[in-house]
Design a protein around this ligand. Structure first.
Ligand SMILES: [Zn+2]
Length: 415
């Protein structure tokens, strides 16, 4: 099973927007592209909204049938580990093996030594084709990398082997993610991580490193775009070389997590993948849920009341809601509007404050991030929330489609 060159991870918290999400991809593909949709949902999301991995398969299949979509599509068991993978086995065909928590865990010295010995040909000045400077590699560096990453690679191997037995070799896509950590992985680290994965027999088709800069949820990239560009380009070249050196799958490509709304780096990514004719996977996750709230606000009446209730509840429970996402949000409390202020807003004003249009005078990234982590509130509203989604399906669907097509795909693929 092969993923294809371009793929977009579309998360959908409440499983009502599959068709609208797919419409955006169909529109992009009508321009000659071949983007594969990948419906992804993590164990954490399932727990918060009390959904089951099988629901994502049902949603994906239904969306594909509704639109008569004939391309490849996948269902991603996002950020799973050995403890959480089992319920996903039957219905997912894309598995994101999250081994970030194994980074820095100790490995047996014999294994470290064997790794270092297997890399002896790279000691000295490593030349990666396309990168205009050599990278000094010493035995000490290799030892350090082995101590840091071997346990994570071994863990990826264990999860992969479990899946190989459970699903059969070749029947699923393997992604390895290391993005949910504080310290970014450098291109040279990525090179040796890929060697470790190859050594452990993990045929990764996508790899999600932690890039430089902040990838906060639902808002633009924060960091040095020029430095990101250099690292992203070097990562692409490292992968190309690693595929040849280590016999990894030819289609191996970068996966950008929390990739929705990173508008300021999309042109950089687009330019680099075009320059080298490489593939890319971008996970968008919660950006769709925000469009639901925008759509409800625009619908007015009881739907606007519900949107305001979500904000006021989230404000009241800010600490609890933000805690699991502390590393991936930056909210300036002083810029959060008060409940009484928001209660006087029109649907337009609410939507404009929440919608991610950089430079729009009403756009408020603080409010946006708070609502981003506030999906637990909507989940607690149960059918009173999902009934509103059904009642205003057209308007909400339009918002979802426009967000993915106009603000994401157009920028990512120069449409
Ligand atoms: Zn992730």
């Amino acid at each position: 099973m092969k993923l294809g060159k371009y793929s977009l991870g579309i998360g959908d918290r409440f499983s009502h927007q599959g068709v609208a999400q797919l419409r955006a991809i169909v529109r992009a593909n009508q321009t000659g592209l071949d983007i594969s949709p990948v419906w992804n949902k993590s164990n954490r999301e399932h727990m918060y909204v009390h959904s089951h991995p099988a629901d994502v398969r049902v949603e994906a299949d239904a969306a594909v049938a509704t639109l008569g979509f004939s391309g490849k599509y996948f269902v991603d068991a996002d950020h799973i580990n050995l403890g959480t993978v089992a319920p996903f086995v039957e219905t997912a065909d894309f598995f994101t093996l999250d081994v970030a928590s194994f980074i820095g865990k100790e490995s047996p010295e014999s294994e470290v030594n064997a790794f270092v010995a297997s890399c002896s040909k790279y000691i000295g000045n490593l030349t990666i084709p396309g990168i205009d400077h050599t990278i000094p590699v010493t035995e000490e560096l290799l030892e350090k990398l082995a101590f840091q990453f071997l346990a994570a690679a071994r863990q990826a191997g264990e999860i992969y082997n479990y899946l190989k037995v459970a699903k059969g070799e070749g029947n699923f896509i393997t992604e390895v993610s290391m993005d949910e950590v504080e310290t970014p992985q450098t291109p040279v680290e990525l090179f040796f991580i890929l060697k470790m994965l190859a050594d452990k027999g993990v045929p990764a088709q996508t790899i999600a490193p932690k890039f430089t800069g902040r990838f906060n949820k639902g808002v633009d990239y924060t960091g040095n775009v020029d430095q990101f560009a250099i690292e992203f380009e070097e990562d692409v070249l490292v992968i190309d070389y690693a595929v040849k050196e280590f016999g990894l799958p030819e289609e191996l490509k970068l996966s950008v997590h929390s990739g929705s709304d990173k508008f300021s780096i999309y042109p950089v990514m687009a330019q680099i993948i075009r320059k080298y004719d490489k593939g890319l996977h971008v996970k968008t996750a919660g950006t769709t849920w925000l469009e639901e709230v925008i759509g409800l606000a625009l619908a007015g009446g009881e739907a606007l009341v519900a949107a305001k209730f979500i904000y006021s509840s989230a404000l009241g429970r800010k600490e609890e809601l933000c805690a699991p996402y502390a590393d991936v949000i930056d909210i300036d409390d002083s810029k959060l509007p008060s409940i009484s202020e928001v209660s006087g807003w029109t649907g337009e004003k609410f939507a404009n404050s929440l919608r991610h249009i950089p430079g729009h005078p009403d756009y408020n990234p603080n409010l946006r991030q708070l609502i981003h982590v506030g999906y637990k509130i909507a989940s607690e509203m149960g059918t009173s929330y999902t009934d509103l989604l059904k009642k205003h399906a057209d308007l909400v669907g339009q918002c979802v489609e426009e967000n993915i097509y106009d603000r994401h795909l157009k920028r990512l693929f120069n449409l």
